[in-house]
Design a protein around this ligand. Structure first.
Ligand code: PLP
Length: 470
């Protein structure tokens, strides 16, 4: 009997799935190094990349061998000792969505190019705007939060300076944002033609949160420079510290001054799902735009983010001034997302969030967020009680900064030494001019055992990270 392409997919795919299922279980059980770092030169050789590209012919068997090496050099996102970046420890339902997308491949910038995908995206966007209480809101899924920030600020620019789309901008526009904002905000200002210098830093408190008292001064400064403010950016929550800006107070100011409020909720907006943690976001519903990454706290694999607007009409103006025809197509079968996104061709992002929601349920995701936030508070208490360690502040999310040892210990070198061991993964962040060790608790399986292991490693490796030894 002739073997079909479908048969080939099934044969290769089944082997891959079996191997991945084992990888997942091993990772969850904390087996293997969480991060096996080797030089790229060696990996290039071991993976046989150039040979495969040159010769082709990889079948199920070749793929099996390749995958073995490939998996051996991955960061294990499900490993309980993975406390590194704000990247999700994805639910397997997200992987299934990636697989479905890989076969179906309906890039649904235009409705007819992927009716199911476009409809699914519309449904999850409506779910998200619903969480914000934005009945008249709209939004789109984007390939990442950085694009989402850019799109939101483009929306702010369209509202404040509608002529900019045709004429470009001079040096007259500005954005107010705390300097701890994600770098994509400053980048967006440059890309929008405002220039990075048009991002006027907001005064912050000792925890790098917006100090509401400083808002009028920042606005006055912008005006004294002859600039018009198109948006105020607040964090919910900030990348480095995981702390939430006082959104209610910022919203009051924006309302009074009739300024566009953009809340960067890439990481922290997911707290809106939790009855217990939602209060951190009080005031976010008064924003004009927000972004929300599903590939951070919603267990979705990369990439999957959303830009959301309180008024869908604002979204219609982002990429064109002729918004009306988009909303009233003559044959209105469905929405063509490409009018609202930078991307033309776009992956079936909605399916990823949808399947995770459908498997875990909204309650499951809410309790995941609550669990990780509570874990960070528990870890904070444990670290603060341990001699030699010093915490930045009590965490508000699942991001936690701390230091070890005297001023003589270079925290960056310390972190690198821990990562080189491969048994724990953590990051660092500079807050208020000081370098901290930083953990982000994304993995549901992380417990005090892994934390204690990490702290032991930090203590053990600190002598080698002394500045005097440089
Ligand atoms: C991660 C993050 C971003 C960028 O999102 P990407 O999806 O990585 O592009 C923007 N803002 C904040 C606050 C973030 O934490």
């Amino acid at each position: 009997m002739k073997e079909t392409t479908g048969d080939n997919l099934l044969r290769s795919g089944t082997a891959v799935l079996e191997r991945l299922a084992r990888y997942l279980d091993e990772s969850l059980a904390g087996e293997g190094p969480v991060i096996p770092l080797r030089p790229m030169r060696e990996l290039m050789r071991d993976l046989g990349l150039e040979r495969w590209m040159r010769e082709g012919g990889m079948g199920a068997e070749g793929l099996g061998e390749f995958l073995e090496t490939y998996l051996g050099h991955t960061i294990r996102m499900h490993h309980p000792a993975n406390m590194g970046h704000q990247v999700s420890s994805p639910h397997y339902a997200a992987a299934l969505a990636d697989l479905i997308h890989g076969v179906v491949n309906n890039p649904m910038g235009i409705y007819e190019m992927g009716p199911s995908a476009a409809t699914t995206e519309a449904a999850v966007v409506r779910w998200m705007t619903g969480k914000l209480g934005w009945a008249g809101g709209g939004g789109a899924l984007t390939h990442g939060g950085s694009l989402a920030n850019l799109t939101a600020l483009l929306g702010a620019r369209a509202a404040a300076a509608p002529e900019a789309w045709e004429n470009g901008v001079g040096g007259e526009l500005a954005v107010l944002a705390p300097s701890c904002s994600h770098y994509s905000v400053a980048r967006a200002a440059s890309i929008l033609g405002l220039g990075a210098r048009a991002v006027i830093p907001l005064e912050v408190d000792a925890r790098e949160r917006i100090a509401p008292g400083g808002l009028p001064r920042a606005l006055a400064r912008a005006r004294s420079e002859g600039r018009r403010v198109i948006a105020v950016v607040a964090n919910g929550c900030a990348t480095a510290t995981g702390l939430y800006d006082p959104l209610e107070a910022v919203a009051d100011f924006c309302e009074k001054e009739r300024l566009w409020l953009h809340v960067d909720g890439a990481h922290g907006l997911s707290a809106i799902l939790s009855d217990r943690e939602r209060g951190l976001l009080k005031g976010v519903e008064r924003a004009d735009s927000v972004i929300w990454d599903m590939h951070k706290m919603l267990r979705v694999s990369t990439l999957c983010a959303a830009v959301l607007f309180r008024r869908s009409a604002d979204m219609g103006k982002v990429f064109t001034q002729k918004a009306s025809y988009i909303f009233h197509e003559k044959e209105d079968l469905g929405l063509d997302a490409l009018h609202y996104t930078l991307e033309c061709t776009k992956a079936e992002l909605g399916l990823k969030l949808f399947l995770v929601l459908a498997f875990m349920g909204e309650k499951g995701l809410a309790s995941y967020v609550e669990g990780q936030y509570a874990l960070a508070r528990k870890f904070h208490a444990r670290i603060a009680a341990r001699p030699g360690f010093e915490c930045f502040v009590e965490p508000e999310s699942n991001i936690l900064c701390f230091r070890y040892g005297s001023a003589e210990v270079d925290q960056l070198r310390l972190r690198n030494a821990v990562v080189r061991e491969g048994r724990h993964y953590l990051t660092t962040a500079e807050v208020g001019g000081r370098r901290y060790l930083r953990v982000t608790l994304m993995v549901p399986g992380t417990t005090e055992t892994e934390l204690d292991g990490l702290l032991d490693a930090v203590e053990r490796l600190a002598p080698a990270a002394h500045i005097s030894k440089q």
